[in-house]
Ligand binder design. Structure first.
Ligand code: ZN
Length: 346
């Protein structure tokens, strides 16, 4: 079975919102896109595990994606203390999974290997509200294993502006990085961490390039195929390749369909068109997967991690060779992590 290392999932948020022991839920076949049994069935060997401070009063209703065109209002900024409390709970869940041996969080380059007990994981923060404008909170989160930061989810932060869920639109929907955002980018670079630009408005994307970081979009697709504000133009995809970065294919149906809809039917067929475009623009060494499992509606043929072989079969049927399939499914992400993460874990 082809093993998958994936650029983005929201399993920690799902588990943190539940009332049961997260390690037990993860080991069972309970509902949700990722669990140990599903991972075993589908060849899911690991990925970026995101922590996200969900605003209970401004949740995203997926029903809006039924009727393109659409444009959702951005939720208001979240105060740092509110975000920090929510993220602390998800750090706890991450450590519970690690203590149970279900996952191992890579803290250094040499730990970015698929072999070993449990799933390989990168602890990621989606939206940096919990860090604070002067970088407060960063040391503690790094000590807890954090190795990847998206300065902004779609609501604005002290660091950057995010794109609304708007279709059709490109990502040029707001200003670039703030001075605090540029300082955070430099700090991420200094610490050999990953900076994720998915959700970031286009001006911020280019600001990240100006700071000399590799451009990474862990879960975004090709704007040329599906003109969503969340997807990347050809120029952005080219820059990802040129800077030695990575883009991960998002399985969220509304980012796959050329009409921006969220139907599960036929959605997976468009995945191959996105991959073709991403490979053509970024190059075959800079494209991977970025499922958005537990964070987005999934295609009918890819309802959870157990169905990943369906995507691999489509790649094969489309004529991708085994070497390319291995690159897309895990090798490119692993190479990127080995050249990016700190040499030692301290
Ligand atoms: Zn996201």
């Amino acid at each position: 079975m082809t093993l998958v290392f994936d650029g983005h999932n929201d399993a920690l948020l799902r588990l943190a919102r539940g009332t049961q022991d997260p390690a037990e839920v993860f080991a069972s076949d309970a509902p949700g896109h990722i669990s140990l049994p599903k991972a075993a069935r589908g060849g899911f060997a690991g990925g970026f595990f995101a922590m996200f401070a969900l605003d209970d009063n401004h949740g995203l209703d997926f029903a809006i994606f039924d009727n393109p065109p659409y444009d959702t209002p951005l939720p208001p900024q979240m105060p740092r203390d509110v975000a920090a409390e929510k993220i602390a709970r998800q750090v706890e869940v991450a450590h519970r999974l690690e203590a149970a041996g279900h996952v191992r969080f890579a803290r250094s380059a040499d730990a970015a290997v698929l072999e070993g007990p449990g799933l390989l994981a990168i602890l990621h923060l989606e939206g940096a509200e919990a860090i604070g404008p002067e970088g407060e909170g960063l040391d503690a989160l790094c000590a807890a294993g954090l190795r990847s930061i998206g300065p902004v989810w779609s609501r604005p932060t002290a660091f950057a502006h995010g794109v609304p869920f708007r279709f059709p639109s490109d990502g040029d929907t707001g200003p670039g990085l703030t001075p605090e955002g540029k300082a955070l980018a430099r700090e991420i670079k200094r610490r050999s961490m990953v900076l994720d630009t998915s959700h970031m408005a286009m001006k911020g994307f280019w600001d990240v390039a100006d700071e000399g970081l590799p451009l990474v979009a862990t879960h975004s697709n090709a704007h040329a195929i599906s003109p969503s504000a969340r997807n990347l133009t050809d120029a952005q995809l080219q820059a990802i390749g040129q800077t030695g970065g990575m883009v991960g294919l998002n399985f969220g149906t509304m980012f796959l369909h050329p009409d921006g809809g969220r139907g599960g039917k036929g959605a997976l067929d468009h995945a191959i068109r996105h991959l073709d475009q991403m490979i053509a623009q970024a190059g075959e060494d800079h494209v991977g997967l970025g499922s958005d499992f537990d964070g987005a509606p999934m295609p009918d043929q890819l309802q959870d991690a157990g169905a990943l072989p369906n995507l691999v079969a489509l790649m094969r049927a489309h004529g991708y060779g085994e070497t390319l399939i291995e690159k897309l499914c895990h090798e490119n992400w692993l190479s990127f992590l080995r050249r990016t993460l700190p040499k030692d874990a301290t």
